[in-house]
Design a protein around this ligand. Structure first.
Ligand SMILES: NC(=O)c1ccc[n+]([C@@H]2O[C@H](COP(=O)([O-])OP(=O)(O)OC[C@H]3O[C@@H](n4cnc5c(N)ncnc54)[C@H](O)[C@@H]3O)[C@@H](O)[C@H]2O)c1
Ligand SMILES: [Zn+2]
Length: 374
């Protein structure tokens, strides 16, 4: 359960034996970073890895808080954007960590969105065979998704996230105040993951989102805090049961097979990840109607909620593009032996993974606009 800690700070626990950790969600947490780290028996030296957008906004506050608690932080700034999630950036981080003499008990603070979190986590997992790291996610997507669960890694030319590890942080601090400076398009993209949690696990959350989407999009801290905590709780629960994606964790990929395919055929340029999986989830809902009898009214609710968050919900692809999309889906690294398996919904709040979808049905649905056919 989500517990209030203290007063307005919520706490969600990720239970993974001796690698368990807490996620704290609230306002003003960046100022408490040092105090929170001080509870973890870490060495004095630490590196804050951040990017050129987030660093100028929040690195000073992070440094101040850590220094006040007796730590000796250095700031490593990487370029903002997906390109920084590369082996080349990892290499330059290693060099700078070594130059600052970080050792086994030193730690890394990942201050930024999912790019910084994945990169810094991978650096932490491998530098001197692994040092502690703390996640301070500053995008909605990172707060509800990428900072929790321990998947870290970088991209190769051949594809996204092809090099990586499972490596859990020691602590996750979600400071809701940092979301205030997030560009609207990025905020919307994060909302696509929030809605996903409702579809895969929690019909109550889905209804809550339907009722309060306007206020959430206005970033009302009180509302956001409860919603983010619930998402973290669902992710924590799934990850605790299946840390390395042997089965259940696959449900987190609802809408992602199609979404990843879309990102790939548009050369990772046209859509943000959240936008691609918004379209992907609506398409997955339509497939669910055909294959698992998800009621039509629920397909419509799914579509309407993404639309209410200002996210794209429809594809308008020519026949050759549809073929390219299906071909790209086959290349997704989660495809085993050429067979594309889907996560599909029986109803909002209940999904099943490992579902086969005939290629002909995929082509048919992806080639059609949503309404009125479904
Ligand atoms: N590890 C996982 O389980 C997991 C899960 C989902 C996604 N991911 C990864 O996460 C990455 C995407 O993360 P993202 O969407 O957070 O993108 P991102 O880290 O690129 O951040 C988006 C943009 O917003 C800027 N930004 C971040 N926080 C800000 C703030 N508070 N104010 C103003 N600007 C801010 C960033 O500099 C960047 O330009 C992808 O690489 C994806 O593969 C990982
Ligand atoms: Zn995603």
């Amino acid at each position: 359960m989500v517990r209030l800690y203290p007063q307005t700070v919520r706490r969600v626990d990720v239970s993974l034996g001796n690698r368990s950790y807490a996620i704290r969600i609230g306002s003003g947490l960046l100022a408490r970073l040092g105090r929170e780290c001080a509870r973890l028996s870490l060495g004095k030296k630490c590196a804050i890895i951040t990017d050129t957008m987030v660093g100028p906004l929040y690195a000073k506050a992070a440094v101040r808080s850590l220094a006040k608690a007796g730590f000796e932080p250095v700031v490593l700034m990487v370029p903002a954007g997906e390109k920084a999630k590369s082996i080349a950036t990892v290499q330059s981080c290693y060099d700078r960590l070594a130059a600052h003499r970080l050792e086994r008990r030193s730690f890394i603070v990942a201050l930024g969105g999912g790019v910084v979190g994945d990169l810094a986590g991978f650096v932490a997992a491998t530098y001197v065979r692994g040092i502690s790291f703390v996640q301070v996610p500053t995008t909605l997507l990172a707060q509800v998704d990428s900072s929790v669960g321990g998947k870290v890694g970088v991209n190769l030319k051949a594809g996204k996230n092809l090099v990586g590890a499972f490596y859990q942080p020691r602590l996750v601090l979600c400071d809701l105040d940092t979301l205030k400076t997030l560009p609207m398009r990025e905020f919307r993209a994060g909302m696509a993951e929030v809605i996903k949690y409702g579809i895969i696990c929690d019909a109550g959350l889905f209804s809550r989102l339907e009722k309060s989407m306007t206020k959430l999009m206005a970033r009302e801290t009180g509302l956001l805090s409860g919603v983010i905590a619930r998402c973290c709780e669902i992710k924590a629960e799934v990850v605790s049961q299946d840390e390395t994606e042997g089965g259940l964790r696959a449900i987190l990929n609802f809408g992602h097979t199609i979404g990843h395919g879309l990102e790939a055929i548009s050369q990772y340029g046209k859509y943000l990840h959240g936008e691609a999986i918004s379209i992907g989830q609506v398409a997955a809902a339509r497939l669910s109607h055909r294959l698992l009898n998800l009621p039509l009214a629920e397909v419509q609710r799914v579509r309407d909620l993404f639309a209410a968050a200002g996210l794209p919900v429809e594809l308008d692809l020519s026949t050759p593009k549809v073929r390219a999309l299906v071909a790209a889906m086959r290349l997704d690294k989660k495809v085993t032996e050429g067979e594309i398996k889907f996560v599909l919904a029986r109803r909002i709040g209940a999904v099943e993974f490992g579902q086969r979808v005939p290629t002909s049905l995929l082509r048919e649905l992806l080639g059609k606009r949503l309404l009125p056919e479904i």
